[in-house]
Structure formats: C-alpha cells, structure tokens
Design a protein around this ligand. Structure first.
Ligand code: ADP
Ligand code: ASP
Ligand code: MG
Length: 406
C-alpha cells in the first residue's frame, strides 16, 4: 500500500464549504487504496488572531504559553476535517502533535522536529483509517506543546512524509504551484512545472512564503517528493526535484522578496580589529539574526560607517542591545530604517553564466531605484531597496530576465 501525505493550508480550510471540498479530495485518495495522512493548518486568519490575543496580554510573552494558545487553531481544523470525512463514509480520526507524538526540541515558537513515531498511524492505515494530523505543532522534552514557526504546517507535512517513507507529499494551497515570482504582485509570473530543491530553498528563505524554508530543507535531506498545487483546481502543480531532473536550466528561475527587513547604520565606528565582534557578538547573544552587512572603506583610516539588516520584528531589540552594550563599541550615531525590502533573483544556471548581477543592477538603475546593500551566493543575488519601489523592481526584473508569461 502506497502511503501519501496531503497538506492543506489555511485558505484551503478557510470555511465549512472548503473543509468539505478537502474531504472530497481526501476521499478520492483513500478510495484509491492509499494509506493517507492529511496535515492541516488553522482556518485562514485564525493563527494571526491567536497571536494578537497573546500580544494583547503580554507583548514579551512566555513562549511556552504562546505555543499553548497559537497551536489551538489546528486542533479545530483536524476535528472538523475528521468529521467531514466521516460524513462521507470515510473512516478518519484527528491527531494533535502530542498524541502522535511529533517530538521536537524545546525552542518554543520555533521548534524543530526531532522524530515522529508513526507506528500507530501505520497500523491504522492497514485498517483503512485516514489520519488527520494537526500541522504546526509538536511536543517538547518538557512535555509541553511546541509550535514550529509561522507557516510550519508545511514542515509538519514533509516531516511526516519522510517518517512514513511516503511516495509523495502534496502541498495544497491557494495558488496552483510555485511561480517565477509572487503571482499576487507580478501578474505576468509564470507557473513552474519543476523547481530544484536548492532553488526552492533559496526562494523560501528569501521570502517566498509558498513553502516554509525548513520544509524544503527537510524535503531535500530526505528526498521527499513534494508537489505544490491548488486545492481549488484539478491540475498538476509544481514538483520540487533534483537538479538532474531539469533539462533546460534557466539562468534565473525565480525572483523573491521580503518585506520583513530593517536596516541599521552605525556611523563613525572605529576602524580597528575586534569592532565587528563587539557589534555582532551582543546581537547574537540576544538572539538577533543579522543578515546583510556592508562596511565602507574609511577615508582617514580611523572610522567607518557600518550597515546591516535584521528582521523588522528584531529591530527594537537590536537597537536596545546596541545602545546598552556600548562597552568597546564606539560609534557616533545609530540610524534605524524599517522602510526597506530585500529583492533576490535565484537560479542554478547562475553558476555557469556571467552578467546576471549586471542585468539586475542596470535594470534597477534604469528605473531610478537606488541599491542600498548587495549580497550574493552561488545561486542568488539579493539587494536591499526602499520599500516604495518593491513592485516596480519586481516587475522590471521579471521582464529583464525574460520570465514574463507569453
Ligand atoms: P497556505 O496557507 O496554503 O500555506 P501561504 O499563504 O502560506 O498558503 O502560501 C501561498 C502564498 O504564497 C500564495 O498565495 C502567494 O501569494 C505566495 N507566494 C509568494 N511567492 C510565491 C511564488 N513564487 N509562487 C507562488 N506563490 C507565492
Ligand atoms: N497556522 C500556522 C500559521 O498560520 C501554520 C501554517 O499555516 O502553516 O503560521
Ligand atoms: Mg503556508
């Protein structure tokens, strides 16, 4: 018996009609004789609402209680979907994270899955029972509920597929696949039939929220066959595959963006050994992740300006840490700027092609868009720009790299 995992996101289970629609799809797979596990998210908007409630009581909350609250959205949808399946005559039961159990580490709010015990699910597959599993959650070493970070149901699904040795892991969402760019911003974006794990990993980590980054990492490590497709249409979606499965390699296969960026510039930082450590050490100690960094050459050899980026959520904390840890850290001014976005072009073909960065820089220059920070890796180039130019930049780059749909 082939085992398959199907995952449905928040919009796909956004109301009762949609849950019934999901149940009909699941029934088709169960009727085909597969062992089926379905992973579901909370109904659209519910997790945001729960996070809002937590923040109203306690902005600097105890992460364990945050998890206890925000994990409840998925408990509702697993129950409702199990009922909808039963109404269709399909044997089904709901499972929360701790019931399976999905064992995670103790990093509440951002936990990582360590292992999933699938023995009981597999026994029930043999009896024809569909498992409806709550995404986004697990149980930590302290026996308390954990959550996997926003968008974490994707990771629950891929992890479950890996643990079950599933034949495929279908991620149903509100778009019919992975596009060359977010189709909600770039109308000419094209659906990709296939994308490599590596490109998908970059796309996700650079902001394309269609899959959570960790889910792609996990799929790549365990070679899980992931397909992204629409829960509202009957059409093939996008397969995430190994590089050798792609014959025609594009130089640039996608463009991603992230609005979750903030920039900090420290002016007149002393230009001597140990300064970078004095700045980034305390930030790391307080859990602030730094992404892009530029340091200017100093005119006088004594001081320089240093610019780096953090997530918007971390901006206030970063400012506080830098102001309170000025020991060994000399700077004149701290200039924060939350009005920036990061735009990245991604493609495995970049490895063997020159001039990709030049096209990006020229295209942005032609539109009068100033580049504030640049960072590159083997298969991506990212730039930081003013947020007001985001849409203009995405559309211009999409055209410049020949990605526009015909
Ligand atoms: P779900 O609730 O099903 O998990 P998400 O909202 O997390 O869905 O992810 C789907 C959304 O990702 C789409 O609605 C789309 O706006 C966005 N998105 C961003 N970049 C891309 C891309 N390159 N291809 C497809 N969708 C993208
Ligand atoms: N419900 C969670 C969230 O909104 C997990 C998910 O949807 O993947 O982040
Ligand atoms: Mg999602």
């Amino acid at each position: 018996m082939a085992r398959i995992v199907l995952k449905f996101g928040g919009t796909s289970v956004g109301d009762i009609e949609r849950i019934k629609n999901v149940a009909r799809r699941v029934k088709r797979e169960a009727d085909a004789g597969h062992g089926v596990a379905v992973v579901v998210s909370a109904m659209a908007g519910v997790t945001n609402q729960l996070v809002g409630l937590v923040n109203q009581i306690s902005p600097l909350h105890d992460a364990r209680e945050y998890d206890a609250v925000v994990a409840t959205g998925e408990q509702v949808t697993v129950g409702l979907l199990a009922l909808a399946l039963q109404e269709l005559g399909v044997s089904a039961r709901s499972w929360t994270g701790w019931q399976i159990p999905v064992v995670t580490d103790n990093v509440h709010g951002k936990a990582r899955i360590q292992r999933i015990d699938t023995a009981e699910l597999e026994r029930r597959f043999d009896d024809g029972q569909v498992a409806v599993v709550a995404g986004f959650q697990g149980v930590g070493p302290d026996n308390r509920i954990t959550t996997l970070g926003r968008g974490g149901s994707d990771t629950s699904a891929v992890a479950l597929a890996a643990a079950l040795g599933a034949e495929r892991c279908d991620i149903y969402t509100d778009v019919d696949g992975v596009y060359t760019c977010d189709p909600r911003i770039v109308a000419k974006a094209r659906k990709l039939d296939k994308i490599t794990y590596e490109e998908m990993l970059e796309m996700a980590s650079l902001g394309a929220k269609v899959l959570q980054t960790r889910s792609v990492e996990m799929a790549m490590n365990h070679r899980v066959r992931v397909q992204v497709l629409s829960s509202f249409a009957d059409a093939p979606g996008t397969l995430v595959v190994d590089e050798d499965e792609i014959v025609e390699k594009e130089v640039v296969s996608g463009i991603a963006y992230s609005r979750d960026e903030a920039k900090i510039t420290l002016t007149k930082v002393a230009d001597r050994p140990g300064v970078a450590a004095a700045i980034f050490g305390p930030l790391a100690d307080f859990g602030v992740n730094v992404d892009m960094i530029v340091q200017n050459v100093s005119d006088d050899g004594k001081s320089t300006d240093l610019t780096f980026t953090v997530t918007r959520a971390d901006l206030d904390r970063a400012i506080k840490v830098l102001k309170e840890n000025r020991n060994g850290l000399d700077f004149k001014e701290l200039r924060p700027d939350a009005g920036v976005v990061k735009v990245s072009v991604i493609g495995v073909g970049m490895r063997s092609h020159a001039g990709v960065a030049l096209t990006m820089f020229k295209t942005l220059a032609d539109k009068g868009i100033n580049i504030q920070v640049i960072s590159t890796s083997e298969i991506k180039i990212s730039v930081l720009i003013n947020e007001q130019y985001l849409e203009l930049a995405l559309r211009a780059l999409h055209t410049a790299y020949g990605l526009d749909a015909a």
